[in-house]
Write a protein that binds this ligand. Sequence first.
Ligand code: CA
Length: 408
Amino acid sequence: MLALLVTAASLALAPASAAAAQKAPAQDAPPREYASGDPIPKLRFERVLPELPLVRPVQAFQRPGDTTNLYIVEQPGRILIADPAKRDTKEAAVFLDIRERVNDGGNEEGLLSIAFHPDFPRKRELYAYYTASKPRRSLLSRFTVSEDGLTADPASEEVLLTIEQPYSNHNGGTVVFGPDGFAYLSIGDGGAANDPHHYAQNLGSLLGKVIRIDVSRKGDKGEPYAVPADNPFVGREGALPEIWASGTRNIWRMAFDPKTGDLWAGDVGQNIYEEVSLIKRGGNYGWNAREGFHAFRGGKGEGPFEEPIVEYHHREGLSITGGQVYRGKAIPALDGVYIYADFVSSNVWGIRMIDGTPTKPAIIAQKRGELIASIDAMHDGTLVVSAFTGGQDRGNPGTLWKLVEAPK
Ligand SMILES: [Ca+2]
C-alpha cells in the first residue's frame, strides 16, 4: 500500500522458478507463458460492520481459538475487536492501544502488521510491527495477551528487533508465522526512491529483505530471538543470518498458503511494474537491478535473480497489495486461487498455479473508490478486505468488506 502518494516515482516488486534463477537476464525477460485452468469465479464486495468507525484499517483477521471476532488493526496504533456478524455494532472493544508510541506521521508509517503466536493460547503472545520516531525506526515487538484473549498489555512490550529507517516510506511490511513455527517479516528497502543506498542487494542490511526468526527461543548470546540453523546465510561472512530472501523493494502483504505452505508476496514497484512473487529460501528477487520481469535502469546487482510469478503494468494499478490463497469451503471453485489487489485502482485479481505455471491474471472484483490496504483470511477462509474509502486523507472512513461470490 501506500506507496502511492509519493507520485508514481516511488512504488516497488518480487519471485519465480528455479529455471528462471539460473541466470540474470540483462534485458527484459520474455513474457511468461500462462497455464490454462478452470475459470475463476467473480467476487463482489459485501460490507462488514458498516456502522463501526475505523481509522485507516490495515489488517482484519481472527485470533487463534476465537471464531467469532475480527481483530482490526488501525494504522495509527490501535487494535479493535468486533463481531462481524453484528451489523449494527457502533463501537468496538479496544484490544491494544499503542498510539502514543507509534509514529504514523508518514503515509507508510504506523502500526502495519500483527500476528498471534501459532501456539496461542498456550503462548498468549501478540507480535506487532510498527514504526516509531526519534530515531526513525521500525520495531518488531511482543506483547502479552490476557487469559480471556480480549486485551493485550501495552506495558508488556518486549522489543525483539529494531531497524533504523533512513526515510519515511517503504517500511514494508508484514509479520506472519510459517508452518514451521518461525516468524517471517518483510522489511521494505528503507525508502526514498531507487533504493539509493542499494540496501536490498546488501546482505549486511535487513532493509529490502524477508527475514525468518525463531521468537520462541532466545539467541545464543541472550538475544531476544534465535536464528534458525537452516537459514540460508547462516555462517556467511558479511551476511545477516536472519535473512531468508533478498532483493525485495517493499513487500506489502505476504501470506502462506495454508495447504501447500508456499509464501506469496506482493512487492510494490517503482516506475512501471508491480509484482507477485513466491518467496523461497535464499531467493534474490532482483531489486534494484530488476523491476518485475524487467531490468531497472540505474540499479545494480549480480543475481542470479528470482523472477516474479506475474506482474502488472502501472496502467492497471500503482501499488500492489498482496493477498491470500483462498482455502475456504464457501466458494469451492475458488479453492487454491491466489487473490491480490491494487491499492489505488481497486482491481482484485486471481491466479492459479498449474504445475508451477500461473494462469493469466483475471480481474475477479473491483470496487472503485476503496483503497485496498489488505486482504486477510478468517479461520473458515473467508477473505476480509481492509480499505480506506474515498482516498488516503486521514479524515476519510476506514471500511471492512468480505469478498463473496458474485451472482452469476
Ligand atoms: Ca523482483
